[in-house]
Design a binder for this molecule. Sequence first.
Ligand SMILES: *Cc1c(COP(=O)(O)O)cnc(C)c1O
Length: 479
Amino acid sequence: MLPTLPITGLDIAPEELRTELIRAANWVADYLQAVPAGPVTRPRALDERRWLASSPLRDEGRPHTEFTDFIDREVAPFPCGNGHPAFFGWINSPPAPTAIIAELLSVTINASCGMGEHASMDLERGAVRALAELAGLPHGAGGVLTSGGSTANLLCLAAARSWYLASIDAEDGERYDAAHALLVCYQSADTHMSVGKSARTIGLPASRLRSIPLTDDRRLDAGALRTAVERDLAAGLLPFCVVSTTGSTATGAIDPIAEITAVCRDYGLWHHVDGAFGGLGAAHPALAPHYAGIADVDSLTVDPHKTLNVPIGCGAALVTDPERLRGAFSLRASYLDGNDAWPWLSDYTIELTRPAGRAFTVWAVLHQLGREGVTALLDGYLRHTALLRELIEAHPDLELVADGPWSITCFRYRTPGRGDAITTAIADRLRDRGRAFLATVDIDGELALRASICNYRTSEADIRTLVAEVLAIGAELCG
Ligand SMILES: *Cc1c(COP(=O)(O)O)cnc(C)c1O
């Protein structure tokens, strides 16, 4: 008999592992402490980026202890920027410290939340329940955690399609083919582009994803939606789903949820709400009135890696009737038993082997905050947003362009003539100077600076830095 030897290569002796973990823990604590004093981002020469992007695989392995040093030298100094308190770009937040610890614990246990009977999957079930409750969905709502909002939108659109085709008895065969060619979905002119990607992925051509116009406050026009649905029905098409948004990416606007649901109920459509940014707004008293009717929608996307500061990537596809997700995604095989009494989470999504880290990190953040802490976190974003808007309105060189209920603020540096060029130049120079960071967005055909606030580390000083930087750069460029 051959002697059985351990498979070598990956093992690290216990005492050495302990030492390396402590070194890594020190690195993490030092890194987080140093972030605010450093630049938001640091540009890197393209040839160095190409070098990293094409690193060849060596024939021989190297000591594992080199890895932390490698990250410290080649990756950490060139961040995306979202860990920094003066980062106001796109919608990205820093990782909550408790969630950094949670992520390490989760990968140590390394359960798959797609199969088996184990505690990590129950943790995800609980995390999903807590998110659904915060979002204002009814008891009995469920769903799954996802890699982010884009995947959550895709799962919900696919579930909407399956549900609709089942409701007209067209799940397969010729009836499926005939019906599928007539499906129509609706969004607003400001809907996030991931909805377009989702539609494309489930086989809907661009021409059958209708963009409904906005009202003056940049919300989906429910009257125009009703007209469009009626017109499509009269033409023999099959309207099956409306996607509304709570907290639009462009301006933070919140669509009229109850009015849109009413249209959906009148004509048998699924109402999906994209709340990747603002899906948890019902937890804040000032925002809650905009969420009237949220309990009656069919599905909701939320993105804990945005407003909750859960590390990337963590979204959630929430449905008021979880059986509809199961109807779309459950498929069994002989090598995977499943559990009909308490279905595995792989029955509700396209992923089978699924990370537990999302459940751990959501749970850690919600555990630390509690419901009151979530409200206080959102309140901080709104207070900083109010300050930003106050500073913009108080300065003659700045113009407030769009200010939805959520913490996104669109503004411009006033300059005769050179509109878009100045806006782009300000955002670029701001990024290069490294003291603050924001994005730009097209508002009715003209670019605006866009500041999104969803960072637990942001302080009043960071807001003032942003405004001072924009004013200084504007004066430089126009002076
Ligand atoms: C960010 C965002 C998405 C996409 O979410 P990811 O997590 O980036 O995939 C979708 N919809 C809205 C409204 C968003 O703000």
